[in-house]
Ligand binder design. Structure first.
Ligand code: FAD
Length: 482
């Protein structure tokens, strides 16, 4: 029997694991079943956001129906943690000779889990077959002339693009329906994964049916991508694809995104300086961080890429951290952004950069605190992108922003939310302020009068100019001893 063990590839289209398992089963006249194992304790340990867990649950429900149309049964089980996944296969192989098909995972616990499952399967003459299909170009395939991983994005991107021009992007179609429904598993005496709504329906605004997801991609490529470069930095405008959540759980593949972009752009790869080129660049950033993670596995243990920055004496001030988390720093755009994250499970990219910079360079808090908090709230939480984004903002990572380039949260606000529309959406205390005053309501007494009705809004928790000096000194200290 072939088992398709779905993890971060919850889709039918462009799914190498699914297609290979079916082709192999047909060749051998074997049965094929799908398997999904929820592991709530491990998800908790990994700070997976409740909204992401709910999103996965809803997507699994759809996947089960979509697979049923192909005559494939998706069995959904719950084992507390990754260790329990071994038990599942140990039980299954008491009854069947099995081949387990999976997509390769890159993070540490996931790799350990797969080693253990492989050992368990091999001990009974069974096997785990992995497909490295999270990226269009698998980690290790885009290297310098010395066969090492790039440490800087631009040459990586150049190489990636020339590889794409050579090989193009081929998306696998949805598999054909099997002739007969097959592959029921015997009762395994394992806990079934409850895919019923269990009170937390927090991801409900995110469609999960495959056709809706594909429509969202098509709509973005047809109607929004042309203006992406111009509008993507303005959080009050909905100008980005909002596909990261789907990419994170593999409800859509990067290949599908690029193939659709190519189709709609209708101009092969001479897309110089258009929105499409910039959007493609973002998808390449996603791959860059995955390649980096595989090449530098220490990152998974939360070490800084620039190792000397691990010596920075970060503050541990819990009060400052709580103010940042709850959106009460007194810096309006930072607060609006954090409240967007807390209320919706998503935050605009420009705001992720601004809030991350604020945590590290205005509050001098350890970037790992922010990394963990984002993970615990984001619907699109993805280790490599989140770690990469945080280390970029903290000036500790590969290709990071230089440490002396410190975002000014007020000028960023004036530039990227010029009318204050985004701030008004999430900081209602400031809604009555005009486009000029809203970015810094603490400025002068005249404005203070204007904000007498917004007494409840926080006073600034730090002085940016002073904080900047402290941060520069902290970095200078470790850079000197380099
Ligand atoms: P679009 O602008 O439409 O971009 C298209 C796709 O490209 C995204 O869906 C995403 O898959 C990828 N992408 C875009 N920007 C980046 C980037 N900088 N790095 C890697 N991939 C990128 N992205 C995540 O997917 N998960 C995270 O946990 C995450 N955490 C972040 C933390 C910080 C501090 C920062 C600065 C960025 C983080 N990002 C993360 C990257 C980026 O902010 C999001 O991918 C993006 O905002 C998601 O919105 P979108 O789907 O509309 O993106």
């Amino acid at each position: 029997m072939n088992i398709i063990w779905f993890r971060n590839d919850l889709r039918l289209y462009d799914n190498k694991v699914l297609c290979s398992a079916i082709a192999d089963a047909q060749q051998r006249n074997a049965a094929v079943v799908g398997l999904f194992i929820a592991t709530p304790d491990t998800w908790q340990q990994h700070n997976m956001a409740a909204i992401k867990q709910d999103f996965i649950r809803r997507r699994v429900v759809c996947l089960k129906q979509e697979l049923a149309q192909l005559n494939i049964v998706l069995h959904t089980l719950e084992g507390t943690d990754y260790a329990a996944t071994c038990d599942v296969f140990a039980q299954v192989q008491q009854h069947y000779k099995i081949k387990v098909f999976v997509q390769t995972d890159y993070e540490l616990d996931e790799r350990l889990r797969d080693h253990k499952v492989t050992a368990c399967l091999e001990s009974a003459g069974n096997e785990l077959i992995s497909f490295d299909s999270q990226c269009i170009m698998p980690p290790g395939s885009i290297c310098t002339q010395q066969q090492t991983m790039y440490k800087v994005f631009t040459p990586f991107k150049r190489n990636w693009l020339s590889r794409l021009a050579e090989q193009g992007v081929q998306c696998l179609p949805k598999p054909k329906t099997l002739n007969v429904a097959n592959g029921q598993l015997v009762d395994l005496h394992l806990t079934a994964y409850s895919t019923m709504q269990n009170g937390d329906n927090s991801s409900i605004k995110w469609p999960v049916e495959q056709n809706e997801i594909i429509d969202q991609l098509r709509d973005f490529c047809q109607h929004k991508v042309a203006d992406y470069e111009k509008k993507r930095d303005f959080p009050a405008i909905s100008a980005t694809s909002k596909l990261a959540a789907y990419l994170a759980i593999g409800a859509i593949s990067a290949g599908q995104c690029v193939a659709r972009l190519q189709l709609e752009a209708n101009d092969t790869w001479s897309l110089a300086k258009t929105g499409a080129e910039v959007w493609l660049s973002e998808l390449i950033w996603r791959e860059f961080y995955k390649h980096i993670l595989v090449a530098y596995p220490d990152l998974i243990k939360h070490h800084a890429f620039q190792t000397e920055t691990d010596n920075i004496r970060w503050s541990q001030d819990q009060t400052l951290f709580n103010a940042w988390c709850s959106g009460n720093t007194g810096y309006p755009l930072v607060d609006a952004a954090m409240r967007q994250l807390n209320q919706t499970g998503w935050m605009h990219n420009r705001l992720r950069m601004i809030t991350a910079s604020f945590l590290v360079k205005d509050l001098q808090l350890d970037w790992r605190l922010g990394e963990r908090y984002f993970m615990s709230k984001l619907i699109d939480g993805d280790f490599s992108a989140n770690n990469g984004g945080w280390q970029w903002a903290a000036s500790t990572g590969t290709d990071a922003v230089p440490y002396f380039r410190i975002f000014n949260p007020i000028t960023q606000s004036e530039r990227f939310d010029p009318k204050g529309d985004f701030i008004r959406l999430y900081v209602p205390e400031l809604a009555s302020l005009d486009a000029k005053a809203i970015h810094w309501p603490h400025k002068n007494t005249q404005l203070s009068t204007a904000i007498s009705d917004i007494k409840s809004y926080a006073a600034p928790i730090v002085d940016h100019a002073q904080a900047r000096k402290i941060t520069l000194a902290l970095f200078a200290e470790v850079k000197k001893t380099d």
